[in-house]
Design a protein around this ligand. Structure first.
Ligand code: 6PG
Length: 232
């Protein structure tokens, strides 16, 4: 895991927006589509806002959700709602380049399956390999909507599944990328902001396999806005 420490959230977000823009420019120079998957949470919001200010040819970018809550897309707890407010509503991107979940589908498992089918088609029915996946980490070590206490390996043949968040979380029915899909991406970046995350950051760096964030491919980067963090 490559750790990048920044003095504050603004510097961290600026650096990640610039890095993402550069990756997209490389894809554009090669005449390729850039597949970008975004997480919810609070840590990446400023990054999304600054990414919207970068000079990017959004016509070559497809945007996907790493995970979602099973609520309407305009609900206060919807990841898509946050990403639309911070980024999508500010950029000139074709609607057909945006892949949100159809959370109106009654069955959460059918909702995950529908998204999976749509994403597989978007990748020409080849296994989806994302150019960049943005991840967060919860204090309990969850990432995406993969929570501790579940065995996340059996899902190897699926790419999107439904999960159930523990009671302390705001929405229990969840939709999420599987571990195998996340680990198959070209690049993954954890964006971790705020105090009180040092212990979980260390566990991710140690690849503690008792938490889902510890199961993420070691060829990933971790961006933190805590300059005093010392890697043990
Ligand atoms: C979600 C997110 C989730 C988030 C973590 C970290 O649906 O809530 O995808 O996995 O990334 O909970 O959230 P913070 O960035 O707010 O700490």
């Amino acid at each position: 895991m490559k750790l990048k420490k920044f003095d504050n959230k603004e510097q961290m977000s600026l650096a990640l927006a610039s890095y993402t823009k550069d990756l997209i420019s490389i894809s554009e120079s090669r005449g390729r589509i850039f597949s970008l998957a975004l997480s919810g949470g609070s840590s990446p919001v400023r990054f999304y806002e600054l990414l919207a200010e970068e000079k990017i040819n959004w016509r070559i970018v497809n945007i996907f959700l790493v995970d979602e809550r099973k609520v309407p897309l305009n609900h206060a707890h919807s990841n898509f709602r946050m990403i639309k407010k911070a980024l999508l509503s500010k950029i000139d991107i074709p609607e057909t380049n945006i892949f949100s979940f159809k959370t109106e589908i009654k069955s959460v498992s059918k909702c995950a399956a529908e998204y999976e089918d749509r994403i597989r088609k978007a990748f020409g029915d080849k296994y989806p390999v994302f150019n960049l996946i943005i991840l967060g980490v919860g204090p309990d070590g969850h990432t995406a909507s993969l929570f501790p206490g579940e065995d996340h390996y059996p899902e190897q043949n699926s790419i999107f599944i439904s999960t159930f968040a523990p009671t302390e979380f705001d929405v229990h029915e969840r939709l999420t990328m599987t571990l195998s899909l996340i680990n198959s991406a070209n690049r993954r970046v954890f964006v971790i902001s705020g105090k009180g995350k040092s212990e979980i950051i260390q566990r991710v760096l140690d690849r503690d396999d008792s938490i889902p964030a510890g199961l993420i491919n070691s060829k990933s980067s971790i961006y933190i806005d805590n300059p005093s963090f010392v890697r043990l």
